[in-house]
Write a protein of this length. Structure first.
Length: 155
């Protein structure tokens, strides 16, 4: 994405996220969800898979809730385009789609995520016979400061 308004007239304050969107488009991520996850909901403007994708992009954009999709995704045409989207559903419509998900849909999503992990994660291809795999996990359980973002007592 361009750093300034250019010939396309598009600018995104989330240019690094746009680069990720382009890569995910190459991996055909949305296509796999559209093929495998069948949410019992009719399409008015966007398919259920597209609305799931909007929720995913909104989360990647750092939103604390789906209501922020309007400011983080819907208002950012360049980001939408980078993720292969021609528009963004209203957050209430995205929420309706999540509410329509059944346990079977959750299982379908888990299967898609496992499939993507098998296809693309380097961890799957690690040669454990040659060397151990190093995992970095914070198990300290140390409390955060009272001024930390979204901090709660005991966390």
């Amino acid at each position: 994405m361009e750093a300034q308004h250019g010939a396309t007239g598009r600018f995104s304050p989330r240019a690094s996220l746009a680069a990720i969107g382009l890569r995910l488009g190459e991996l055909e991520l949305l296509d796999l969800f559209a093929q495998k996850v069948k949410i019992p909901q009719k399409k008015v403007k966007f398919t259920p898979a597209e609305k799931l994708y909007d929720a995913f992009i909104t989360i990647l954009a750092g939103a604390r809730g789906l209501n922020e999709s309007a400011t983080r995704l819907r208002s950012d045409e360049a980001l939408q385009r980078a993720f292969g989207r021609s528009g963004c559903a209203e957050y209430s419509v995205i929420q309706d789609t999540l509410d329509a998900c059944t346990q079977e849909n959750v299982a379908e999503m888990k299967h898609v995520v496992a499939t993507l992990f098998q296809r693309h994660a380097q961890a799957v291809h690690h040669n454990y016979g040659a060397t151990l795999q190093l995992l970095d996990i914070d198990m300290s359980g140390l409390p955060c400061g009272p001024k930390a973002e979204l901090s709660t007592k005991g966390y």
